[in-house]
Design a protein around this ligand. Structure first.
Ligand SMILES: Nc1ncnc2c1ncn2[C@@H]1O[C@H](COP(=O)(O)OP(=O)(O)OP(=O)(O)O)[C@@H](O)[C@H]1O
Ligand SMILES: [Mg+2]
Length: 594
């Protein structure tokens, strides 16, 4: 970036004043997390946390250490090191977190109060842990940019945070709140979907694949699959290029737990099989820095594994062998001799250098679940989307040669391209998106969304349990699903969906009460009632405060959904007076009240 540049220099020849001066993106991964930034004068010249050694690597392990009072201690490699230096007693009081991003997605009732567990299974506020990480990375990014540009103001920075496409609306709100409580101003924050960010980064590759002279000339109608093979998840989707190099989502899918960490989990299972659960747990819990070292060794072998590798050799830590001896009174040789027949002749141990040798086909087994999952998802998408020309691979796990060999063997007639710096595609792509307008992509709705509506009861049609009698003496059906957005429908940024009007009668007693409006979603394309239990759920609520003099006797409320960049927004109007209400969809509060 060069020392002492002014804001004028950053702007360079760029005349587009509306573009941010600098964009910083944070990629919060299951396994690795980091930040990257660039300046508007050359957006594609992207610096990562490694610039000026703020971080040891472009992204560091997603690990956090908190002090006994719950304040932030350290992140990444530093957190691992600091935790390792603590005495046994101190380790009881500090809190160490790893691989906690998946927990958000797995929590069905995510709220402001959701807790996550540290390595010792003690609970702590999830919101705080996420916020600490963002605050820390933010401070690093700001400090490195200030070193070079002294007149840079926080207001000059556009912040981008990438999130998995499969995240629910409540996870998205959770991340937004974590970022704002970390000090990122709401108006300077954009959430971007990980596969879309990666897609942005891959456009150069697509240019090469299609022979286009520039990104704007990418052929309209060109379809590709983008597979972001990360640690926690494999996000696989298909995009089509539409006019002016915009993208349209053809298919969205989540590969579930087919990320690279599944390989590690299979290896854990193997180790438990080998040394026994209790020994492995003691090694993991009480010798964490050493177990990290051991997993680092495995990671190195995982990275270099190909189908030609005959034997994988792993150096076992002294501590592990000692624990085995103390707990079971056995040596590893004795343990090996008792392994099941499945491993006969496939494992050996060299005492002289403490190396465990594993035959290649056992190692291949560790990859099986992830690779099979990825391949079957890709096949499913190919079946659905018709002619797809290219498969773009990004994410750290995509850097595995073995995985690519397997994909190549099973997926024919599609050009497979591995993005350079695959593990950085999301983070760098998120930086690039910061300079782009928000309407670059059209997506498909995951669910049908709608409000609950009341109308006159239709005998013989409506379910009896939805029948209510109102003040006017008439019978109504309460709980009709008033569809706003249909599952699978293409939705565009800033798109407004048809409004839905309800009429409420307010008696004297309820004039000063709040009015709550509920947003529902359904797995069905055309649900009729909100009570179709298996399929529908209430996902957000909007609480409207009464005006100072209270509500009028009869109030007509117009409700309308608007598509934001990644989240739904809502507009509410008093249809009688035209008065608009300040509102926000709250996807987190609803989980507490359900
Ligand atoms: N060369 C490689 N060969 C095999 N696996 C690799 C290689 N490089 C990284 N990985 C694996 O990729 C995973 C990390 O990928 P990545 O950094 O994309 O994940 P993440 O962004 O942290 O997770 P997610 O996107 O799921 O939240 C880890 O499981 C890691 O072991
Ligand atoms: Mg990722």
């Amino acid at each position: 970036m060069g020392g002492n540049v002014s804001k004028e220099d950053i702007r360079g020849d760029t005349k587009e004043e509306e573009k941010p001066l600098v964009v910083v993106a944070i990629d919060f991964g299951t396994t690795y997390t980091g930040y990257a930034f660039s300046l508007v004068r050359s957006p594609t010249q992207i610096y990562t946390g490694k610039y000026k050694n703020k971080l040891v690597e472009d992204r560091e392990p997603t690990t956090v250490l908190l002090k006994p009072d719950g304040s932030f201690d350290s992140f990444g490699y530093r957190a691992i090191r600091n935790y390792g230096h603590l005495s046994k007693q101190e380790q009881q009081n500090y809190r160490f977190f790893k691989t906690f991003k998946m927990e958000l997605h797995n929590t069905t009732d995510l709220s402001h109060d959701t807790m996550i567990k540290d390595v010792r299974k003690r609970e702590f506020s999830a919101a705080k842990v996420f916020s600490y990480v963002i605050e820390y990375l933010k401070s690093l990014a700001v400090s490195v940019m200030r070193e070079d540009t002294t007149d840079l103001k926080e207001n000059d920075i556009q912040w981008m945070i990438s999130i998995p496409a499969i995240w629910s609306d409540s996870c998205r709100q959770f991340m937004r709140e974590a970022a704002t409580s970390a000090g990122i101003p709401e108006e300077k924050l954009r959430l971007v979907l990980e596969p879309e960010a990666a897609s942005m980064y891959c456009r150069e590759r697509l240019m090469v694949a299609t022979g286009a002279a520039s990104i704007d000339e990418l052929p309209i109608g060109y379809k590709y699959i983008l597979a972001d093979l990360g640690g926690g998840t494999a996000d696989i989707c298909a995009h089509e290029i539409i006019e002016r190099a915009k993208l349209r989502e053809l298919y969205k899918a989540s590969g579930g737990d087919f990320g690279g960490n599944k390989v590690d989990l299979e290896f854990y299972k193997f180790m438990i099989n080998l040394v026994g659960g209790p020994v492995w747990t003691i090694f993991q819990d009480d010798y964490m820095p050493l177990s990290f070292e051991f997993m680092k060794e495995f990671e190195a072998k995982k990275k270099t594994f190909t189908s030609d590798v005959q034997t994988v050799s792993l150096k076992l830590e002294n501590a592990l062998l000692e624990i085995l001896k103390t707990e079971t009174d056995e040596t590893l040789e004795e343990t090996l001799s008792q392994m099941t027949s499945r491993y006969k002749g496939k494992l050996s141990y060299k005492r002289v250098d403490q190396r465990l040798e594993i035959k290649g086909d056992i190692m291949a087994d560790f990859f099986k679940h992830s690779i099979d999952g990825v391949i079957s998802k890709i096949k499913e998408i190919l079946g659905e989307c018709g002619e797809v020309q290219t498969l773009l691979l990004v994410g750290g796990f995509a850097e595995s040669q073995y995985l690519r060999e397997r994909i190549q063997a099973k997926i024919k007639n599609v050009r497979i391209l591995l993005e350079q710096d695959a593990r950085l595609a999301v983070m760098k792509g998120a930086v690039l998106m910061g300079y782009k307008p928000r309407n670059i992509i059209e997506r498909r709705a995951w669910y049908t969304y709608g409000f609950s509506k009341v109308r006159l009861f239709q005998r013989g049609t409506d379910p009896e349990d939805l029948k209510v009698k109102k003040e006017d003496g008439k019978e109504y059906c309460d709980g009709l699903f008033d569809i706003q957005i249909k599952k699978g429908q293409i939705v565009k940024y800033d798109e407004m969906f048809p409004s839905s009007t309800i009429e409420l009668l307010k008696d004297q007693a309820s004039r000063k009460n709040t009015i709550t409006i509920e947003l529902w979603k359904s797995n069905r394309k055309t649900p009729r009632y909100c009570t179709e239990e298996e399929e529908c759920s209430r996902i957000a609520e909007i609480v409207m405060k009464p005006p100072p003099k209270g509500w009028p006797e009869r109030i007509r409320i117009e409700r309308q959904l608007v598509m934001g960049e990644t989240e739904l927004q809502i507009q509410i109007k008093n249809a009688t007076t035209g008065e608009k209400y300040e509102t926000r969809l709250d996807f987190l509060e609803v989980n507490k009240t359900l």
